[in-house]
Write a protein that binds this ligand. Structure first.
Ligand code: GLC
Length: 462
């Protein structure tokens, strides 16, 4: 019986008889499976109980990469359930809301129905997230036999093409090959330093500045939902969260229409992590199309090629680093973060460039503490070992970096990173993120992508 089915039957049988109490501690694989089971909501998985009660786009992709080892049908359902939320213009929202009436407020806050392309049957957010879907589809495909794989790819191809085409049509208005993001939530690395620096400089509304100057954020912070579950030092600051919600309201007022958003001067960034994930997703999409002998349009193929060249415009020869870029001014946003390693995952940079990035990964003053890979390098003034994407290590970025290292032939580095990731989880459980200096657990407990990628790291070893 597959591990997932065993755990399912274990959790259905709540009796803890004496014999069961004597059972040895479950293996890491069994524990990870139990986390996914507990967070399973039928055909999708919530990232974590309480704090994240909806379906998230890139979470479900990572989750399906773990589920493919346990129950392939369930892994496919995790991805196809995302299509419920896809907009008629191809956009895939970062959140599909739970239908539980308890969350009416979240749905009403986003009001996806203000945009004519949003789906009728489900409420979603109005922004997207890193496009991991093609990777997830491809990874699931690797666990299917040839006939099943072709059927799976054929089923998913139209939605993938629509999503990637939307990204080019809507998010690359100057046809530069780089796609822009309109809100930090779209990057998946919300409070990452380059975005927070822009936010503080350009986006903080007057009333948030007033709270700052009157030092009343402590009082306002009492109304936050997230800090009921997680200590405030591990999340955004209250000023940041207020600014993020204000930025979201401005997008809603423009009905989440990118051209209106841009014409009103709301800020836009060509995020490095996002674009690297997109480049890799394009490679996967070409492989998927090839496997079913489908010819992608020449427009899409040309755009994909343009993206690979455009990534080079983000390289800074002086700092020997890639950076995100301001969409309007083309200014490089030189705040160090884990994004600078993501071109390894994109897989299109030269071997020489990859070697430069690997040296940074090896450097224990930068990305090489005891429990790597920190979301901000240790020598950056913005580094904080506890705070969300401003220092802690996360399993999903470790997984992306492992994939990148393998592509460039750094198999020993990838194996070492996989081992320290598993060690961290073994020591501290399936935390949302970890202190990179001590490996201590931070954020939500029993976090789904930590569990799923643990499974993938354990199983793809063999
Ligand atoms: C956090 C993460 C984001 C993730 C979401 C749900 O906001 O920063 O990347 O998608 O939680 O897990």
């Amino acid at each position: 019986m597959e591990a997932y089915a065993i755990l399912k039957s274990m959790s259905e049988n709540q009796d803890t008889s004496e014999a069961e109490q004597e059972q040895p501690k479950p293996s890491l694989l069994e524990q990870a499976t139990a986390v996914l089971k507990a967070n399973d909501r039928g055909n999708y998985t919530v990232p974590a109980e309480d704090l994240y009660p909806h379906q998230w786009l890139w979470d479900s992709c990572f989750i399906s990469i773990g589920l493919r080892w346990l129950d392939i049908d369930r892994a496919q359902a995790e991805v196809t359930s995302l299509l419920r939320g896809q907009w008629a213009n191809g956009m895939m929202p970062n959140m599909i809301f739970s239908e539980d009436p308890h969350y009416n407020r979240d749905r009403a806050y986003w009001r996806s129905w203000v945009n004519p392309y949003s789906p009728d049957k489900v409420a979603t957010s109005g922004i997207t997230q890193p496009p991991m879907v093609a990777e997830a589809v491809w990874q699931i495909g690797q666990r299917l036999n040839a006939a099943e794989r072709r059927a799976w790819y054929k089923q998913m191809l139209p939605s993938l093409i629509a999503y990637h085409s939307w990204l080019y049509a809507d998010r690359d208005p100057h046809q530069e090959g780089l796609v822009l993001q309109v809100h930090p939530w779209e990057t998946g690395l919300e409070n990452t330093p380059p975005w927070m620096a822009e936010l503080h400089e350009h986006l903080m509304p007057w009333w948030v500045r007033a709270i700052r100057s009157t030092h009343t954020e402590g009082i306002v912070g009492l109304f936050r939902r997230d800090t009921h579950y997680i200590p405030p030092g591990q999340r955004f600051s209250t000023l940041e969260i207020l600014t993020l919600f204000d930025a979201q309201r401005r997008l809603r007022r423009k009905a989440y229409d990118t051209s209106k958003i841009l014409s009103h001067g709301l800020f836009a960034i060509e995020d490095l992590t996002y674009n690297c994930i997109f480049i890799r997703a394009n490679t996967r999409l070409r492989e998927i199309a090839k496997a079913v002998r489908y010819e992608l349009s020449s427009v899409l193929l040309e755009n994909m090629e343009k993206s690979e060249h455009a990534l080079e415009n983000l390289w800074d020869e002086y700092a020997k680093s890639y950076w995100s870029r301001d969409f309007i001014t083309h200014r490089l946003l030189k705040q160090p973060s884990i994004a600078s390693l993501m071109p390894l995952y994109a897989g299109t940079i030269t071997k020489e460039r990859a070697a430069v990035l690997v040296r940074q990964l090896e450097n224990d003053q930068k990305f090489g503490p005891v429990y790597p890979v920190p979301s901000v390098p240790l020598d950056s003034p913005a580094f904080d070992p506890d705070r969300y994407w401003q220092g802690p290590s996360w399993l999903n970025t470790n997984w992306l970096i492992c994939e990148g290292l393998k592509q460039y032939g750094y198999h020993d580095h990838a194996a070492a990173l996989r081992e320290t990731s598993l060690e961290m989880v073994n020591k501290s459980g399936f935390a949302e993120y970890f202190d990179p200096t001590t490996g201590e657990p931070l954020g939500a407990h029993n976090f789904s992508w930590t569990a799923a990628l643990t499974i993938d790291m354990l199983r793809s070893k063999h």
